[in-house]
Design a protein around this ligand. Structure first.
Ligand code: UDP
Length: 313
């Protein structure tokens, strides 16, 4: 058994990771400032002898007593709505927070895994996106606060690896969904599902021709688990390559919710990527990983979760 720190452990993905590592026999320290994460996501883990929660903002010096074998750095606002509302916190957690977490990894001789993102590819000019692609990011645009913070995170992780020999891993996470997403976090899936369940119009931004590829959370965390225990230092895309236009997706959600909500069109947010699909050849060959949960099945489970959460019949 080893002892693992998950920063952002009370968030959507972080809380699923805490659970997975507990299930696989590890001791888990979850750290979160509950800025976009929620204590509800980890309430069921409190009381487990192998689980500890520390309420802390990782942009400040991180103190964790005892040994640590691995650090998974997942703390950050991650929904475009959140990081547009919290631009400085997003930049600080991606830069100062990553620096602190790497310093801790070095001090504890722990393996370090960075939650990076498909946003490092910006509005991509290469499709689908392989890890070799350097991206097309607007550094001074409103989304730059997230994209550049994550790009900086990758750069400093590689520097700690090269200079200090820290065992670093980088996962580039593509759009992920599932239970524990906040219904009001502003991302397309919670928006559409909430709107469809409440009988409200679905808000399609732009003409809906932009595409995304949605990965179910259980697939994502399996990929992250494999990456942590692999020897791969370079970035690895983890996502589901099944690409869909936002317009098509709106119809799918309506159908899944048994709703006939109308679609209304709103302005496309600045620098919104037009296409996105992970090239997962590297994950397939190095980790023998690929997603197992299709959108129909994943959506079914997620809609059930939101239905209960929102108290819809
Ligand atoms: N989007 C939409 N309606 C919404 C929320 C989002 O049409 O109510 C679009 C958004 O413009 C983007 C896509 O859905 O093209 C995915 O947006 P999301 O916020 O989920 O995350 P992103 O992939 O842009 O990081």
């Amino acid at each position: 058994m080893s002892r693992i720190l998950v920063t952002g452990g009370a968030g959507f993905i972080g809380s699923h990771l805490c659970e997975l590592f507990l299930e696989r026999g590890h001791n888990v320290v979850c750290m979160d400032n509950l800025c976009t994460g929620s204590a509800d996501n980890i309430a069921h883990l409190i009381g487990n002898q192998e689980f500890k929660f520390i309420h802390h903002d990782v942009t400040n010096y991180i103190y964790v007593p005892g040994t640590l074998d691995a650090i998974l750095h997942f703390a950050s606002p991650a929904s475009p709505v959140d990081y547009l509302e919290l631009p400085i916190q997003t930049l600080k957690v991606g830069s100062l927070g990553t620096h602190n977490a790497l310093g801790l990894a070095k001090a504890k001789n722990a393996r370090f895994l960075l939650a990076s993102t498909s946003e490092v590819y910006g509005d991509p000019l290469v499709h689908p996106q392989p890890e070799e692609y350097w991206g097309n990011v607007n550094p001074i645009g409103v989304r730059g606060v997230y994209d550049e913070a994550k790009r900086f995170g990758e750069a400093i992780a590689m520097a700690y690896h090269r200079v200090h020999g820290v065992q670093t891993r980088i996962v580039r996470i593509f759009n992920t969904y599932g239970p524990r997403m906040r219904p009001n976090d502003g991302r397309v899936l919670p928006n559409f599902v909430r709107q469809a369940l409440m009988g409200e119009p679905l808000t399609v931004y732009g003409d809906g021709s932009q595409t995304r590829s949605f990965c179910y959370v259980s697939d994502l965390i399996e990929g992250i688990h494999s990456l942590l225990f692999s020897e791969e230092v370079g970035p690895v895309n983890i996502g589901n390559p099944d690409e869909v236009s936002i317009l098509e997706f709106a119809h799918e959600v309506n159908q899944m919710c048994g709703s006939d909500s109308p679609l209304i069109y709103k302005e496309l947010p600045t620098d919104d990527p037009k296409t996105r699909q992970p090239d997962i050849s590297r994950a397939r060959s190095i980790l023998a990983w690929e997603p197992k949960v299709g959108r129909h099945e994943g959506l079914q489970t997620t809609v059930r979760y939101f239905r209960e959460l929102l108290g819809c019949p």
